[in-house]
Design a protein around this ligand. Structure first.
Ligand SMILES: NC(=O)c1ccc[n+]([C@@H]2O[C@H](COP(=O)([O-])OP(=O)(O)OC[C@H]3O[C@@H](n4cnc5c(N)ncnc54)[C@H](OP(=O)(O)O)[C@@H]3O)[C@@H](O)[C@H]2O)c1
Length: 218
């Protein structure tokens, strides 16, 4: 990764990581961890107050039928009652068991079977939103992900693609589909593995690093 050198990072060495490394073509920037203080103005607020004020319209939550996506979708729905949350997943299976409970509880959550890595699916979703008279997309929460762990020698092109597709291709498809929409906010769910790596998850670490790069463009 670093011009052929290996780098071993222990927790107590994080402070010693340089911000910038010399690179043949100029300066290579490196991400690094820093201890952060919670900003004073957020110290006594709840998470619901951190949403963009007046969030309205349709909010798409990829991976919305998974653990974190579902919680994030419910959080948006509760905190921004003028929004309509769409929980997206390829199977949509969980939608059937959850839909009545959530719809009864919140009244403005829907589910849709969508593979965010497939252009016809994301474009079809926009058509579906239009058909049911849903408001324009105002928010994206991208939590769709797949794991396919293996040690490096066991990784294949297929295992790289499987993990890359939902996160990176999915992010591009969602951003493309919403390009003409009045977006008020977008969140990508990455992972610390992009910075530190995790055993057996080189494909996941690389994918999250790519997602972090894309976030600079969103
Ligand atoms: N859980 C953690 O500790 C943790 C830590 C750091 C980061 N994260 C990140 O947080 C996000 C959510 O994690 P999670 O633990 O909630 O994962 P999860 O429970 O496995 O949920 C992921 C969801 O993504 C959906 N999905 C996969 N491929 C998709 C695609 N192509 N299009 C649409 N949906 C797709 C899956 O549903 P279908 O199979 O029905 O498509 C699944 O419900 C991920 O990005 C993950 O990398 C999680």
């Amino acid at each position: 990764m670093l011009t052929g050198d290996s780098m071993y990072v222990c927790a107590n060495q994080l402070d010693n990581l340089p911000f910038m490394l010399p690179h043949a073509a100029g300066t290579l920037l490196m991400p690094r961890l820093e201890a952060a203080q919670q900003p004073a103005h957020l110290a006594h607020t709840t998470s619901s107050h951190s949403l963009p004020s007046g969030m309205t319209g349709s909010v798409l939550v990829s991976g919305g039928l998974g653990d974190i996506g579902r919680l994030a979708g419910q959080w948006v729905a509760a905190a921004a009652p003028r929004s309509h949350v769409w929980l997206l997943g390829r199977s949509g299976r969980a939608a059937h068991s959850m839909s009545s409970a959530l719809a009864h509880q919140l009244g403005h959550i829907s589910m849709a079977a969508v593979d965010v890595a497939v252009a016809s699916d994301t474009n079809g979703l926009l058509g579906q939103l239009t058909a049911v008279g849903a408001p324009a997309v105002s928010g994206l929460l991208h939590a769709g992900a797949v794991l396919q762990d293996a040690l490096l020698r066991g990784q294949t092109a297929a295992s790289l693609r499987a993990v890359h597709a939902p996160k990176v291709t999915g992010a591009l498809r969602l951003a493309g589909a919403a390009a003409a929409m009045p977006l008020q906010g977008a969140v990508q769910f990455s992972s610390l593995s992009a910075l530190l790596g995790t055993p057996g998850q080189s494909n996941y670490a690389a994918t999250n690093a790519a997602l972090d790069g894309l976030a600079q463009e969103w």
